[in-house]
Design a protein around this ligand. Structure first.
Ligand code: MN
Length: 219
């Protein structure tokens, strides 16, 4: 297992903490509580939903362009991104123009999860499931509940980085409910994306000012 510091190297190397209000993530949490999850709605160049699961003290992350679905027939592309620090689960605000992931971030859903992963019929840890490319987890969030699965695919240009997020069939599955479009407010502060942006700009006008173009930063 990589040390936490290694696990967050990618996160830190992409960010200038003098400019972005995102957490530095200096500590890696040694937690004994139920693992947490968060789904952040992120209006970057392209709107997407970042699903993050606590595994070994960091938030292992996937960008889901369409967001989660409760319909077990839907396969939602989930592109693995860099691990984030645990404190990131409470981050809501604006990543300034010119910075990595510039745009508004909302905590769309949050809660805890129960690991349901198995390999060859045996229960395995989420860390092991991550390595094997199949993680099953039962979410207890404010908006989402029930069992989901993430499966790594061999398709796509970035081999190994593309996963599929699917709802398992259970009592929480639904072909009709669509929380991504019907429940659009923050699970943390009950604000809309517009309110988050407006309040962040009022509090810290610098983050809303357009920065001069420097190094090209994507995503
Ligand atoms: Mn993102």
């Amino acid at each position: 297992m990589a040390t936490a510091s290694e696990a967050l190297r990618g996160y830190r190397s992409r960010r200038d903490f003098c400019v972005t209000p995102e957490p530095k993530g200096e500590k890696v949490a040694q937690r004994k509580k139920n693992p947490i999850f968060v789904i952040q709605k992120h209006a970057a160049r392209q709107l997407h939903y970042d699903l993050r699961l606590e595994i070994d003290g960091v938030l292992v992350s996937w960008a889901v362009p369409k967001g989660p679905s409760l319909n077990p027939r839907h396969r939602r592309l989930a592109v693995r991104t860099e691990n984030h620090p645990i404190e990131y689960a409470k981050f809501e605000g604006i990543i300034p123009e010119g910075e990595y992931g510039a745009g508004t971030v909302m905590v769309w859903d949050k809660g805890t999860y129960k690991n349901m992963s198995k390999h060859n019929g045996r229960v395995v840890s989420t860390a092991t499931a991550l390595k094997h490319g199949e993680i099953k987890f039962f979410l207890k969030g404010k908006k989402l509940e029930g069992e989901f699965v993430l499966i790594r695919t061999d398709y796509g240009k970035k081999k190994g980085e593309e996963w599929l997020l699917m709802k398992m069939k259970d009592e929480y599955a639904s072909a009709r409910r669509n929380p991504v479009s019907t429940q659009q407010k923050s699970a943390l502060t009950d604000r809309t994306m517009t309110q988050i942006k407006r309040e962040a700009c009022k509090k810290e006008p610098a983050v809303c000012r357009k920065a001069p173009k420097k190094r090209a930063r994507t995503r």
